[in-house]
Design a protein around this ligand. Structure first.
Ligand SMILES: C[S@@+](CC[C@H](N)C(=O)[O-])C[C@H]1O[C@@H](n2cnc3c(N)ncnc32)[C@H](O)[C@@H]1O
Length: 259
């Protein structure tokens, strides 16, 4: 575990507020080896809480305790077509090209993975933060219960928990694409992390300072290509890419094995 991850767990507790079975919440606290509460007071030392609420696992900070909290959202994004597979359109789909199998080595809140899943890519997800991993496990279980997923008999993304730098080297079959979206340092402190979900991730996990090592591991392990999502101001992670597709304030750099 990195010092950031240890630090993240020290700031975190499980809160049971009456929804569902208390045993499940207690088990989650035991699994993560963190404190368990049935109420939070001002003096409670932790700043972040995992809580089963509204039928899913949510991450709350003290500010959000009374509001909804954040979960891994499995519904299509606004404006996205709801049919399956959704059309392979936009900068991300262009960057993935003809790939069929994709490993998302930096799954985070799972939004890119789930978008790729809905476009019909076969997804394997990797996440090293134990906090994000439990939120993702909860989301993939919810996804597996969705009627449309069951009717179409789809395999929901699989999650591997651990450092992708090690796990990618152990893949039995090289995927067509390894997708990377590590945390880059924000350009300006306030503007760059406008979304609450990314602010919380940053507070909990910090930056991903081993981005270059991760790129090298991905390059070794991929069958055909590595796609790196980065903010538009950041230098390309793997040197000059063969292709680059721009989205809003971001870029998908494509590195082709036989390019
Ligand atoms: C910017 S977030 C990814 C956001 C994600 N693309 C989404 O759509 O929600 C980066 C995530 O990658 C994870 N990560 C970074 N480096 C990693 C590594 N070497 N192994 C596994 N996970 C990693 C971090 O823990 C963090 O959760």
């Amino acid at each position: 575990m990195t010092p950031h991850q240890t630090n993240a767990l020290q700031q975190l507790a499980v809160l049971f507020n009456g929804e569902g079975e208390i045993l499940r919440a207690e088990q989650l606290a035991a699994q993560l080896n963190i404190a368990f509460y049935q109420a939070v007071a001002k003096e409670t030392p932790e700043n972040f809480f995992l809580c089963y609420r509204d039928g899913c696992l949510k991450l709350l900070d003290k500010e959000l305790l009374k509001k909804g909290g954040l979960m891994v959202e499995i519904e299509p994004r606004p404006g996205e077509q709801r049919s399956f597979p959704a059309p392979k359109q936009g900068a991300l789909a262009q960057a993935l090209g003809k790939s069929k199998t994709v490993v998302d080595a930096t799954t985070g809140w799972g939004q890119d993975s789930l978008f790729m899943f809905r476009m019909g890519f076969s997804m394997l997800c990797i996440e090293r933060s134990p906090v994000m991993a439990v939120l993702l496990e909860d989301a993939f279980a919810r996804l597996a219960h969705c009627e449309w997923v069951q009717n179409l008999q789809l395999d929901v993304p699989k999650l591997l928990v651990g450092n992708a730098i090690d796990l990618l080297a152990k893949l039995e079959t090289p995927p067509d694409c390894i997708y990377l979206d590590p945390m880059f340092p924000p350009k300006r402190k306030k503007s760059a992390l406008a979304k609450k979900s990314m602010q919380m991730l940053h507070e909990l996990i910090g930056q991903d300072d081993d981005r270059e090592q991760l790129f090298n591991a991905a390059w070794q392990a991929t069958g055909k290509r590595v796609v790196v999502k980065s903010p538009d101001y950041a230098e390309p992670l793997g040197g000059k890419p063969q292709q680059s597709f721009s989205g809003k304030l971001l870029r998908y750099d494509v590195y082709l094995k036989n390019g």
